[in-house]
Design a protein around this ligand. Sequence first.
Ligand code: DCP
Ligand code: CA
Ligand code: CA
Length: 358
Amino acid sequence: MQLRKIIHIDMDAFFASVEQNDFPELKGKPIAVGGEHRGVVAAASYEARKFGVKSAMPSKTAKEKCPILIFVPPRFSRYKEISQQIKSIFLEYTDLVEPLSLDEAYLDVTVNKKNISSANDIAREIRAEIFNKTGLTASAGISTNKFLAKIASDINKPNGQKTIHPQNILSFLEKLPIEKFHGIGSVTANKMHSLHIYNGKDLKEKSLEFLTQHFGKNGSYYFSVVRGIHFGEVRPNRLQKSVAVEHTFWKDIFDDVVVIAELKRLCEELQMRLSKKEIKGKTITLKIKYKDFSQYTRSRTQDYYVENELLEIVLQLWEYRPYDRAVRLLGLSISNLNINEKKNISIQLKLPFEEGFG
Ligand code: DCP
Ligand code: CA
Ligand code: CA
């Protein structure tokens, strides 16, 4: 079997770099894209990161860390426009492009339109072309699967690239700290630490049975990826998995009446989006973010596609809220969509209420 050549491209400090590029007076300065008085930092320029400012940090904390921080409001349509531009550059090389978000994508260049044999050369060309067309820098990771390419693109960021060659994969993974494994978040990393797993070498010493016992079906994923095995294909038409709407309040809300009115509004908005796209779904998720930024979700899966009952289900989910505290954000999403029906032939047995933390 021929080894695949996968590239992961990710733009550097995306929203912040776009703002600095469009407004040159912001260049070289610590900036944060996001709301100054309420809300969180979406993106921080590299100058701001030196002060410890990071994505998802409350704006207030960011300002304490960096008093000279300049806040810039986001311009999503501009980010989408640039996202389209970089995507059209990717398509000059291959049709196997899988966008993960506005600023990153996987490319399978095993066979490519320019017949370039070195994926490393392709990544360099693409980064140069992105810079020429947009004035922005990107970083790239190159290896034989998506998992490795994604990890690699972070190594020489910003404005750099890293290839993990086939002969180095196993030793690279052995040395890799467990929290750097793509798909292992801080909760799982802590659990791994408690089991004395700190790096890939420790992970590889555990049996499949041990990992499944402690991590359920994810255990077999960890077992494979640490051995350099990950068959996930670059899927150009990623199926839409959910439709979501959310609203952050200008003022934290404690009044149940206001919350319920807002839930009604969100239901209407969601229903409008669904009917426009002719989509239906079976799983409804309510997201609640409290004043202290703690966030909870409550989900319910019906055995039919939800239509008129949406509001009723959402109000029931609200009854299952974990706390009666002031709310700063409410969100609704619907998943298990009819457009994916063919893919979901297997019937999943689910408890009526699921809990998740995100
Ligand atoms: N973003 C956001 N909220 C977050 C994280 C990110 O709105 N919690 C937005 C702003 C980012 C963009 O998505 O610019 C891309 O996110 P990345 O995680 O790729 O981060 P950056 O591109 O900002 O920085 P890096 O250079 O580390 O990739
Ligand atoms: Ca990025
Ligand atoms: Ca990204």
